[in-house]
Design a protein around this ligand. Structure first.
Ligand SMILES: NC(=O)c1ccc[n+]([C@@H]2O[C@H](COP(=O)([O-])OP(=O)(O)OC[C@H]3O[C@@H](n4cnc5c(N)ncnc54)[C@H](O)[C@@H]3O)[C@@H](O)[C@H]2O)c1
Length: 453
């Protein structure tokens, strides 16, 4: 869907006019393309105290071909615009230690290039028992969420909390947050725990050899997920309702995958997916993406039992039932150990939304699902996460009344709606085999939307 305002203020005359009138001028976001460098400029690394994570960050970035610049050069007036600044504040334990974070950010923020990245690394406050220590670490959230709101030109700021043992699984999240794959992820906090990354990563094709199922793949966000997973090397089983058969077949052909016409609310949906995997892909499944979803918006007082049930059946009950079948390790075509389960939630499931009690119930339910299931299957090396999109430009949001649509688009730190590919990139990141330490989490892809903030 096109955002005419963004197009207008990006053009010569529109740009001048917007500047004269003092209108906001959102920057078109840099998005990932195969072979593109991780960053457009060098990265500066800084730390508080012993900064125990910086060596790992440096190794991960050098492996990904990122040029690293020292802090002194970064504050030099004539220096090139920076692609990123990473501050390891995981060792900060006193309020006074936060000064080092401020001091690292002040000169570097001034030198950030377009669509640059700010990434802070911290320790989960829940891991610290002393109030002063937990307070210091919690303060990092306030810094990141505010800096994200202050940054301009499509730049983002996020916080990675590294739990004990999480340093071995840090490379994939660091790469994601610094690269253009995280274009619409802003002002977010993600936790990395211990996890054993599987083998060496092919940075261009991190999902090579993997088999993934995507529900609701015929259009919108689901089609983008199928495309991005395939671009990253996966073979994709695209599932959608029989009524969407033609567009489903077109997506499956485009991504070199297979199509399965399936209403996910049918009682044997999980068995049918497993049977299709076993017959067509000759191996087990590695990634499950629960994307299919519907809305039946009405104020709760006007919602009848059928309308209520239909939303919960598609968006929540089907996921629970399909997981039960595909997590049965004895079944042919089920999820392999070390597999990935990713559910699409929504910022409505975090904040609630007028007229969306049924939808918000289903999407909040998904968050409960990933939290409980992640603990259950951790022993098998399976991770379970949710992605919560904000305002994404799709057929669903194109149907909104103009006023609601404009508000949804603009009330976020990047001043624009996200694209289906932004949600797909977050899902592909959660699907990566070397991203083994992120589980039971909800990653918002919302440009730091005020909704659910
Ligand atoms: N577009 C947004 O701004 C936005 C925001 C937050 C969350 N989401 C979520 O993202 C997901 C995709 O949304 P979208 O905007 O691409 O929606 P969409 O309506 O364009 O696509 C949804 C797809 O799911 C399929 N589907 C519906 N019921 C099904 C069933 N019973 N069995 C199999 N397939 C079924 C549909 O046929 C369709 O192809 C949904 O879960 C939605 O709730 C979207």
């Amino acid at each position: 869907m096109s955002d005419r305002y963004l197009d207008l203020v990006g053009s010569g005359l529109g740009r001048t006019l917007a500047a004269r009138l003092g209108l906001p001028r959102p920057t078109p976001l840099r998005r990932y393309a195969l072979g593109q460098p991780v960053l457009e400029g060098p990265a500066v690394l800084a730390g508080v105290g012993a900064a125990p994570l910086l060596t790992r960050v440096r190794d991960a970035l050098e492996h990904a071909g990122v040029q690293i610049q020292d802090t002194a050069a970064a504050s030099d007036e004539g220096a090139a615009r920076l692609g990123a600044v990473v501050v390891d504040a995981s060792a900060a334990r006193t309020v006074g230690d936060l000064e080092a974070v401020r001091a690292a950010l002040v000169p570097t923020l001034k030198r950030l290039g377009s669509c640059a990245r700010v990434l802070l690394l911290g320790t989960p406050p829940a891991q610290l028992t002393a109030p002063a220590e937990a307070a210091t670490q919690h303060a990092l959230e306030g810094i990141v969420r505010s800096v994200a709101k202050e940054l301009r030109e499509g730049a983002t700021a996020n916080l990675l909390l590294v739990a004990e043992g999480g340093e071995t699984a840090l490379a994939a999240p660091v790469r994601f947050f610094l690269s253009a794959r995280s274009a619409y992820v802003d002002g977010q906090v993600l936790q990395v725990g211990p996890g054993a990354p599987q083998g060496a990563v092919d940075l261009d094709h991190p999902l090579a050899g993997k088999v993934a199922v995507v529900t609701g793949a015929a259009r919108g966000i689901g089609a983008a997920i199928a495309e991005v997973l395939a671009r990253d090397g996966a073979t994709v089983l695209c599932a959608d309702v029989p009524a969407a058969g033609d567009s489903l077949a077109a997506v499956a052909n485009r991504v070199g995958g297979t199509a399965l016409q399936l209403d996910i609310t049918t009682p044997d949906a999980g068995e049918r997916i497993a049977a299709h995997v076993a017959q067509r892909h000759g191996q087990r499944l590695d990634v499950i993406v629960h994307n299919a979803g519907i809305t039946r918006d009405k104020l709760l007082v006007n919602t009848d039992a059928d309308r209520w049930a239909s939303v919960l059946a598609v968006n929540l009950e089907a996921q629970l039932r399909i997981n039960d079948v595909l997590l049965d390790a004895t079944r042919e075509g089920a999820l392999a150990d070390g597999g990935r389960v990713i559910s699409v939630s929504s910022t409505s499931g975090i904040a609630g939304n007028r007229g969306q009690a049924s939808y918000a119930a289903s999407k909040a339910g998904v968050i409960g699902l990933v939290q409980a299931l992640s603990a259950q299957v951790a022993g098998r090396g399976i991770t379970v996460n949710a992605v919560a999109p904000g305002f994404i430009e799709t057929e669903m949001t194109a149907r909104m009344p103009l006023g609601t649509r404009e508000v949804g688009r603009r009330i976020n730190s990047l001043g624009q709606g996200g694209s289906p590919v932004d949600v797909a990139e977050a899902i592909a990141f959660l699907a990566q085999p070397d991203n083994a330490g992120v589980t039971g989490q909800v990653l918002r892809v919302c440009g730091q939307s005020m909704i659910g903030a």
